[in-house]
Design a protein around this ligand. Structure first.
Ligand SMILES: Cc1cc2nc3c(=O)[nH]c(=O)nc-3n(C[C@H](O)[C@H](O)[C@H](O)COP(=O)(O)OP(=O)(O)OC[C@H]3O[C@@H](n4cnc5c(N)ncnc54)[C@H](O)[C@@H]3O)c2cc1C
Length: 386
């Protein structure tokens, strides 16, 4: 769709990404679903093509772009029809590594940025725990300073890229005597740190080519310079990073909605029943038309919010609306599209069946819809401004 929010450069990147997805993702991604992971060569290839560093400084090999580049990446990955592939990439580029970009010291950036942008070191972000998800302030993983080291104890849950990542941005409580939101610190933990291990890989309903893990820290020793950002200010770092994460998940969900509608439009035009095509049935075409209208509206909100962010304007209300709206919409669109595919939509070989399974988590992960609506409610003035 032509859009005033995007430049010629953006459209060029979109075209490159689309070609990459068609040629190097779609032909292989069913095998990745079975394997439960996206091969590392694919991420390295994306690094080579410049897709992993679009938001990062040119001095480290990035291209210094703004949130609109992340939205394009999320949309094109989402349109692949393989949500597991999309989330593997987007956690690396837009949910985990932004912690390094925003809060990393010069030494940390010098050490890690190059390999992260080239796809040689894959990132994960570990905030959620078995007993604390939506309520980030309630996390219990504890980090204690002992001499020149930090010692971490605790567990993390549902961590995307958790099994195969090399670099983890981990939240831990460093001051248990203050309110949770004030006593949390982020740490950079490398795979292989003593006392850190993957507890188990988690099997899931969807996103099957994305690896998800439980992580365990047992007297995990980290050097003093593993602190990422300011001590005891981790909660604010997490909240700041959530803005990009939620915008990107929303962009991915809206693009998936559009893709499911495209697939379904093609299907019902061809499928014959009762003397005509399914498209001839007014009930079907009107339902798809309304969902197309709502998807187009959601995409415009995504693009506008990315533009607001690119101008440096406060858009927490818009980001929260994007996450809530798109996370619910992709499920509603998926339900209708699967219905109109009839029995074929229930067969595991069909893209719709996979996309419906992949959609389910999008109203839960990265901020459940209810939590997002509370964020909107707190900013109703901004949400409703003229
Ligand atoms: C596949 C997958 C990948 C993930 N990847 C990561 C990752 O890489 N890193 C990471 O840190 N986390 C990750 N998560 C965790 C994810 O962000 C959390 O699952 C999510 O934030 C919800 O937390 P929870 O599961 O603990 O649910 P809870 O917080 O226990 O909430 C359960 C449900 O209660 C409802 N609810 C919660 N709060 C409210 C409220 N205030 N008002 C009304 N209703 C409410 C919502 O419907 C919510 O779904 C992932 C999760 C999944 C499933």
């Amino acid at each position: 769709m032509l859009s005033p929010y995007f430049t010629e450069e953006h459209e060029l990147i979109r075209a490159q990404l689309r070609r990459f997805v068609e040629e190097e993702v779609q032909p292989h991604a069913k095998a990745w679903e079975v394997a439960g992971m996206v091969p590392r060569e694919v991420l390295r290839r994306m690094g080579e093509l410049g897709f992993l560093g679009m938001r990062y400084p040119a001095e480290y090999g990035g291209s210094d772009m703004d949130a609109r580049a992340s939205v394009i990446l999320a949309e094109e990955c989402g349109r692949s029809t393989f949500g597991g592939f999309a989330i593997t990439v987007l956690v690396h580029t837009d949910m985990a590594s932004p912690h390094l970009a925003r809060f990393g010291s010069k030494a940390q950036k010098d050490r890690y940025f190059g390999p992260v942008i080239r796809g040689e070191k894959i990132c994960a972000v570990a905030v959620t725990e078995p007993d604390a998800g939506s309520d980030v302030a309630g996390l219990r993983t504890r980090a204690v300073k002992k001499g020149n080291e930090w010692v971490l104890n605790g567990a993390k849950m549902f961590i995307t890229n958790g099994v195969h990542a090399d670099l983890y941005c981990v939240a831990a409580k460093t001051d248990p005597d203050v309110k949770g939101s004030r006593g949390i610190t982020m740490f950079l933990v490398e795979k292989g740190a003593p006392g850190f291990r993957v507890g188990r890989a988690l099997d899931k309903m969807g996103w099957r080519s994305s690896d998800t893990a439980e992580l365990v820290f047992e007297d995990c020793r980290l050097p003093a310079d593993a602190v990422l950002g300011e001590e005891n200010r981790g909660f604010y770092a997490i909240m700041q990073n959530f803005q990009n994460e939620r915008l990107v998940i929303g962009a991915m969900a809206a693009a998936e909605s559009q893709k499911m509608l495209q697939l379904t439009h093609g299907y019902v035009m061809d499928r014959k029943a009762f003397g005509g095509s399914l498209w001839d049935k007014q009930a079907i075409r009107q339902r798809l038309s309304m969902l197309a209208a709502r998807t187009a509206a959601a995409q415009q909100l995504v693009h506008h919010t990315a533009w607001l962010d690119a101008q440096g304007l406060d858009c927490v209300a818009q980001v929260s609306m994007v996450k809530a709206l798109c996370g619910e919409l992709v499920n509603e669109v998926g339900y209708a599209c699967q219905q109109f595919h009839g029995g074929f939509g229930y067969i595991t070989d069909s893209a719709i069946e996979r996309m419906v399974r992949d959609a389910r988590v999008q109203s839960i992960g990265g901020g459940a819809s209810e939590v997002m609506l509370e964020e909107v409610a707190k900013r109703m003035g901004q949400a409703l401004q003229d």
